[in-house]
Ligand binder design. Sequence first.
Ligand SMILES: [Zn+2]
Length: 501
Amino acid sequence: MGVVQAGEDSNAGSALSYWGRQPGERLREVANRNLATYVRQELYPFSAYYRRVFDQAGVDPRSIRTVADLARLPFTTKQDLLATQADPKTRLDFVLRPTPERIKSDWPFGRKLALVLGGARARAALRRAYTPSFLTFTTGRSTEPVGFAYTPHDLDVLSEATARMFELMHVTSDSERIVNLFPFAPHLAFWAVTLGGFRTGRLVVPSGGGKVLGTDGNLRLIERMRATSLISIPGFLYHVLRRGNELGTSFEHVRTVVLGAEKVPPGMKARMQECLERGGAKNVNILGTYGFTEARMAFGECPTDVRHSSGYHVFPDLGVFELIDPKTGQVVPDGQDGELVYTGTSGHGTSVLRYRTGDLAVGGMTWEPCPHCGRNLPRISSTLRRASEQHALNLTKIKGTLVDLAQIGSLLSEMREVEEWQVVLKKHNDDPLELDEMEIRVAARAGVPADTVKTLVSTQVAQLSEVRPSRVSVHSLAEMLEFVGMESQLKEKRFLDTRPK
Ligand SMILES: [Zn+2]
């Protein structure tokens, strides 16, 4: 299926401006129509996994006409992906693999005719559109990574989605000089930005993050390029900016900061703004994104004051979201908290339907026009939490009490007195039979006495989680950066669990 592409010469005719202008009703109509076509002509005929799902549920693929109809089908979870991938017989069951028989039985006459009339060329194009040429992987801490295959068609869709995001974020001028600080890795974030640059023709220079150039190397690159935009994991960029202030690095050309791959902790944007202004930047937009491996694309905020968020603008022509109650699995109405469930409607390669992201959007999704940019695209609340019910990755038992580590992480990131932090879980004296201990390591902000930060962290964590940390230790910033592996790791190590499994 074709994808409407971003304008090549000007933004006036771009897909973003086109879709952003359509009334909500029409967007819903397009979402429904694309979903119906996709299920009938792509997913059901070519995905071994979903053919089984539809057949077992007794659902005729032709009866899926609207997003609401999806409720008749079961969810797909990370466990489903892991189990399918683990068995050599089912390994490729989530990948769309057309066969002449399935095309014959499931494609409409017109599409078949085009294939026949197109001859060898049409057959070659078909092969190209469906043959995987690239993979990215999930970054689960406690599970095997899951591979997601992209065909050239999917790389096209990803390029288009990122190009739309650049436009949404005003990263479009001819003189744009973008530094991509995401680590070189087989992960969505780095490639989304790279392909977005290729598609839009804007200058995007990859630094590879801390591991390749080091912090000071990144700063030299930013200064020498007179970078106008920085795209990075939040924790690492904050570290780079802070170091830049120490070295007196100029950020005077920076106009846009785009954060991705991890949640933006509350208060982080304001801290970054301070650092950037200290380096001479003015009126910087600091924007968050939400992307995940299974969607093979990311969604962004449009420019607002750092204290506000527009929410993540999504593209109803490329995929659809449902919001569900994580306990009951029931779809919740617009504007209510719910776990995000994603169905792609434009992809080939590894494709998912009703995929449970495990992310709970507080405030849900809205179809109201964006008060900041005026576009009618639906928006997902940027306050995301883990819907921990079934995804217990962040929940752990300490001293017999269930503790949400992600919440403790948010608290520590938000505390003005804390510069860097790490949570260490261990057994007393490293004896497996002994009690659990939670140590919190922190570097205090400049000017905050060690005792003050110790007391604050201890009481606030105890209030939040009902477990008082066994120890709060205060370290120098350099020591903390070493602990979290700011330069040596792909992602900072914020939680360290050394308890025997
Ligand atoms: Zn907006």
